[in-house]
Design a protein around this ligand. Structure first.
Ligand SMILES: C[S@@+](CC[C@H](N)C(=O)[O-])C[C@H]1O[C@@H](n2cnc3c(N)ncnc32)[C@H](O)[C@@H]1O
Length: 191
């Protein structure tokens, strides 16, 4: 990892920890993936040589940076989405500071509208938006995921996402497992 990316992540993790320590409501926090999860995402995306990555719920870009580090190695592209315009703008500044704006960008707007105008295939989709919307986001992205592509979803152990997990286990076109890392990652392979 470059020192620009590491310094940017370090600064953003300090800010995230301060927000949590201050007990700010979740609407005022950046709610970033923890370091282990970010590291896991980067290694996983690197392992599969992911060239096209899509993120649903980018906040200020911490997980975007982790994934973009892998995409940069594969000379690919990453598209993030963030419904709050100020957060999306912040994410793009953070990607620039991390030296990754040539491979990744975060689009401002509702992921559901953004995804509707994207073309696949994507090698990896990371879902980390509002938990009640995971099933909707999955339905919107699954046709854009290539064969043996991945859909990863965060917070499946910290929140009740049993309806999402059950939906996946009933589909014949995917295989899924819950990985107990960080706040819980649902790891779904498209057959
Ligand atoms: C848990 S945070 C994402 C954290 C980010 N993945 C990270 O690790 O840095 C969830 C984010 O999803 C955004 N969000 C919620 N619904 C969305 C939607 N429909 N489209 C795009 N972004 C959405 C929220 O504004 C919030 O910033």
């Amino acid at each position: 990892m470059t020192s620009a990316a590491e310094q940017t992540l370090q600064r953003l993790y300090v800010a995230d920890a301060e927000q949590r320590a201050a007990n700010l409501p979740s609407s005022q926090r950046t709610r970033n993936v923890d370091r282990d999860t970010g590291h896991f995402l980067r290694l996983l995306a690197t392992s599969i040589g992911a060239q096209r990555v899509l993120e649903i719920g980018s906040s200020n870009g911490v997980s975007t940076i982790w994934l973009a580090l892998a995409v940069e190695q594969a000379r690919g592209e990453m598209i993030g989405t963030e419904i709050l315009p100020a957060r999306a703008a912040e994410a793009n500044v953070n990607l620039t500071n991390a030296g990754l704006n040539h491979v990744a960008r975060v689009e401002a707007g509702d992921a559901r509208s953004i995804v509707a105008r994207l073309q696949g295939p994507f090698d990896l989709v990371f879902i980390d938006a509002e938990k009640d919307d995971y099933i909707t986001h999955f339905a919107a992205v699954i046709d854009l995921v290539g064969p043996r592509g991945l859909v990863l979803a965060d917070n499946v152990l910290s929140h009740d996402l049993s309806a999402y997990q059950e939906m996946l286990r009933q589909r014949v076109d995917v295989e899924t497992v819950t990985v107990p890392i960080g706040r819980g990652l649902e790891y779904t392979l498209k057959r």
